[in-house]
Design a protein around this ligand. Structure first.
Ligand SMILES: [Zn+2]
Length: 518
């Protein structure tokens, strides 16, 4: 370095990392200057290829070390990750059953929760994890706890779990076992993202005629169903409800505490599916007390439901085909709090707990949630193998279930069942305000197909046909159908009379845009 020249410490260090004995690179660096740096190095070493490549390799190594060993970048402390698992957890994982998916899945989930809950709150890992911007629970679990169960290309769960984490490394055998799952996740991302994108487009257009209109349609029509779970109860908060067992017939806004009291019981709610607001619109009371800044509630509902699915479809890529199975909260909590050891041999798997107050659901013989229980002795449960093949319940399976429920066809079950099934599927991936789900089904049921009589306005009759997401818009109005999908089907089905009589008061948002009114 020439005397009298002053450079910052960082600049000197970088030039040293490049292998220079003086400061050559003085610009502040950015991604765009990669070529410039590389050329300077090439020139400095007199265009000697070997020296040039060695210098680049050394630079990479030094920068990597610098970034990961100093506080200049938020970094994961490997020590923290190693400490996630204690000796007991390690031992249990080694003894995971190879032949009972459900049982093994509960153990993996419970121990993962236990490991993550015991994380030191001051560690950088905890801060990064809780910030929510870095990695999901599934990703952290795969990296530092255990890979666990994955699904193959047909989305069937592979019976043998991977008992180690990426941090500990995989054996050759494990590597090849997990490879199909990784391939599946790459395939899923490219194949299914357009699928949910298309569903969003279809729903948004098909539901575009559902707008807020009256404040209260004053109907007494309602949906009556059983509140399935805590999550389901949460989605109902804000709806107008009645207790079918109460003599009080007033519609009241539902709060969380009351909603939870309805779990496993019947509730009556005002719903967009039974709203009597004319012209396929809905009243605010049937929607419930949820603030919405627009009146185009149908469009919001379509987006709200599918946006979640699209995001989750994209995210499956990061989880590399990790199996996702429904678990029972009570059983999982019992495993998490009380499982102390697992022993496996050829005859089966013995689970040892620190007490014997097993949840009834776990030890029952009728429709057990975990198959293969052969013996309960004091604080031990002995399971045999369970060879049944299990389908992975990932978001793609959920999207397919939802699409099947929304398909057009004959109505073969009570209306409430369509709602409950759709809700159950969506609850697998998150909680969405119940009215948004009801809006999807609001104008779908028809009692007389030829005369276009909708069940919503003829609830004394039995619905016979369900329109489905694609048929919905076109069936209600030729105009919307033509705007939305100008294809062979809509053109052939078009009613010319309908096209001529435009009712200026009842245009949907797309018709208004088309006519230049927005
Ligand atoms: Zn209403």
């Amino acid at each position: 370095m020439k005397s009298g020249e002053l450079h910052s410490y960082g600049r000197c260090l970088f030039n040293k990392f490049c292998g220079f004995d003086k400061v050559i690179i003085t610009k502040s660096l950015s991604k765009k200057l990669i070529d410039y740096v590389s050329e300077e190095i090439y020139t400095y070493f007199n265009k000697d290829n070997k020296k040039y490549y060695d210098s680049l390799a050394a630079l990479e190594k030094r920068l990597f070390f610098f970034i990961s060993s100093t506080s200049h970048a938020p970094s994961l402390d490997v020590e923290d990750m190693v400490n996630l698992k204690n000796d007991q957890t390690n031992k249990i994982f080694k003894n995971l059953p190879n032949n009972n998916i459900k049982l093994g899945y509960y153990i993996v989930e419970a121990l993962t929760n236990r490991a993550l809950d015991s994380m030191d709150e001051n560690s950088s890992l905890y801060k990064l994890y809780k910030s929510g911007s870095r990695f999901s629970k599934a990703q952290l679990a795969r990296s530092a706890v255990a890979i666990g169960y994955s699904a193959d290309a047909d989305n069937v769960v592979i019976p043998r779990p991977i008992k180690t984490s990426l941090l500990e490394g995989l054996s050759e055998e494990q590597y090849f076992m997990v490879a199909p799952a990784t391939r599946k996740s790459i395939k899923d991302k490219s194949r299914h993202t357009p699928n949910s994108g298309y569903l969003e487009r279809t729903l948004v257009m098909a539901l575009s005629m559902i707008e807020f209109d009256l404040d209260d349609c004053e109907t007494n029509n309602h949906l009556e169903f059983i509140v399935m779970s805590n999550k389901h109860a949460q989605t109902l908060v804000g709806k107008y409800h009645r207790d079918p067992n109460s003599t009080d017939r007033e519609w009241k806004v539902l709060d969380l505490k009351t909603a939870i009291g309805f779990i496993n019981r019947k509730i009556e709610i005002r719903s967009p599916m039974t709203c009597q607001n004319p012209n396929f619109k809905i009243c605010k009371k049937c929607f419930g007390e949820k603030e919405l800044k627009t009146k185009y509630v149908g469009i919001v509902a379509g987006q709200c439901v599918v946006e979640r699915l699209t995001q989750l479809t994209l995210r499956t890529f990061h989880e590399s085909g990790r199996a996702n199975l429904p678990t029972d909260v009570e059983i999982l909590k019992f495993f998490e709090d009380h499982l102390v050891d697992v022993e496996t041999d050829e005859s089966g798997t013995t689970l040892i707990f620190d007490n014997d107050s097993f949840p009834e659901k776990l030890i029952t013989n009728q429709n057990p949630l975990i198959y293969g229980l052969t013996q309960v002795s004091n604080n031990k449960l002995i399971f045999t193998q369970d060879k049944s093949s299990i389908k992975n319940q990932d978001v793609i399976a959920v999207v397919n279930t939802i699409k099947n429920i929304l398909k057009q066809g004959d109505v073969f079950q009570p209306i409430e069942d369509y709602y409950s099934n759709l809700m159950a599927a969506i609850l697998e991936v998150g909680t969405i305000y119940s009215s948004f789900i009801e809006i999807l089904l609001a104008n779908m049921f028809v009692v007389d197909y030829n005369n276009k009589l909708f069940w919503r306005y003829h609830q004394d009759q039995t619905p016979t046909y369900k329109l489905g997401d694609k048929r919905l818009a076109a069936y209600i109005s030729s105009r919307i159908g033509l705007l939305y999908q100008p294809n062979k089907n809509t053109i052939e089905n078009i009613s010319l009379d309908e096209l001529e009589e435009i009712d200026q008061k009842n245009l949907t948002i797309y018709e208004k845009i088309y006519l230049g009114q927005i």
